[in-house]
Design a protein around this ligand. Structure first.
Ligand code: NAI
Length: 331
């Protein structure tokens, strides 16, 4: 199927071209993000393949539908950037990659915990500077600590399993408890209770209208003073300004994020020659107990391979008029 890829980097092109040897779709790679202003690039392509920060709101959808697009193949799990109701109304099918490596994301969340707890980023810079002092580097044992997992789907489950291995007590909050988590001894509680008891809180639920700013000024009040907050899910789960306030007051003692609510104007680009205009982000960066990575939790060789495999297989299914189990519909 003739497919226009948006928001592409060299690594996307490489992994998709390699896997496409088995699928024989006609792939064209565009660097720009898909949005209303770039929608004309999709002209003549029955399928577009997009990523997390492409704008698939009503305006863009109408423009690509008018230009002949009938399929959106998301090469990611989250679909919060797609107006599914409008897509359905326009007859555009939407498919996604529900799982490509839950391990990649869960392991990155653990990486953020380790970096923050043992201050690896500070230690690395110190040693490079021949400063071998340990002042300010003290951490805590993970063993015996309480970890709160918000959302125990594929990634939350992997994360809970890893943290169990550290000897942590695991609490979880989910609207649908996961039997595997129950089996390994995860204790499901209501969200305020989880926030109250946890030394480390890690977010793994999707961004939905109901979860937008799940962590806000009110919920932050439930936190154990000095708790660690980790977000590898979606930036919009957190009201960043409220967290900054909580970091300044000491209510949040560590903050590790791979996602940021206004990341679409920052992440995936080299902006090192520009002046960043986002004051909230810059303020966040100035704290010594904050570690930010730029949406790289998914970024492993295995995940890229799986993303390409599933996306191209999804496109083949739709192209052939087959039922696609990865199709998402408006509810
Ligand atoms: P999943 O669909 O397997 O699990 C999500 C879980 O969240 C489900 O158990 C669901 O019941 C639960 N949930 C839904 N609404 C909830 C609510 N209101 N409160 C608490 N729990 C709720 O999804 P998966 O694969 O585990 O991914 C989780 C999220 O991770 C995705 O939505 C995506 O936003 C993010 N993600 C981030 C990546 C990164 O590179 N940083 C890569 C892949 C996914």
């Amino acid at each position: 199927m003739k497919t226009a890829f948006f928001s592409t980097k060299r690594y996307d092109e490489q992994s998709f071209e390699k896997v496409n040897a088995d699928y024989h779709h006609e792939l064209t790679f565009f660097e720009p993000r898909l949005m209303l202003e770039t929608a004309t690039l999709a002209s003549g392509f029955p399928a577009v393949c997009t990523f997390i920060n492409d704008d698939l709101s009503a305006g863009t959808l109408r423009a690509i539908a008018a230009a002949g697009t009938q399929l959106i193949a998301l090469r990611c799990a989250g679909f919060n950037n797609v107006d599914l109701n409008i897509a359905q109304e326009l007859g555009i099918k939407v498919v996604r990659v529900p799982a490509y490596s839950p391990y990649a994301v869960a392991e990155h969340a653990v990486g953020l915990i380790m970096a923050l707890n043992r201050k690896l980023y500070r230690a690395y810079n110190r040693v490079r500077d021949d400063n071998f002092s340990l002042e300010g580097l003290i951490g805590f044992d993970l063993y015996g600590k309480t970890v709160g997992v918000v959302g125990t789907g594929k990634i939350g489950q992997c994360f809970a399993q890893i943290m169990k291995g550290f000897g942590c007590k695991i609490l979880a909050y989910d609207i649908r408890p996961n039997p595997v988590c129950l089996e390994i001894g995860v204790n499901y509680v209501e969200l305020p209770e989880l926030l109250k008891q946890s030394d480390i809180i890690s977010l793994h639920c999707p961004l939905l209208p109901s979860t937008h700013h799940l962590i806000n000024a009110d919920s932050l009040q439930h936190f154990k003073p000095g708790a660690m907050l980790i977000n590898t899910s979606r930036g919009g789960l957190i009201n960043t300004k409220a967290v900054i306030h909580a970091i300044k007051s000491g209510q949040v003692g560590y903050f590790g994020i791979d996602v940021y609510e206004h990341e679409d104007s920052l992440f995936f680009e080299d902006l090192s020659d520009t002046v960043i205009q986002d004051d909230t982000f810059q303020l966040l960066q100035s704290f010594s107990n904050v570690v930010i990575t730029a949406h790289q939790a998914f970024f492993t060789k295995e995940a890229l391979q799986n993303i390409a495999e599933t996306t191209l297989s999804n496109i083949s299914d739709i192209d052939a008029g087959r039922e696609c189990s990865n199709e998402i519909k408006a509810t």
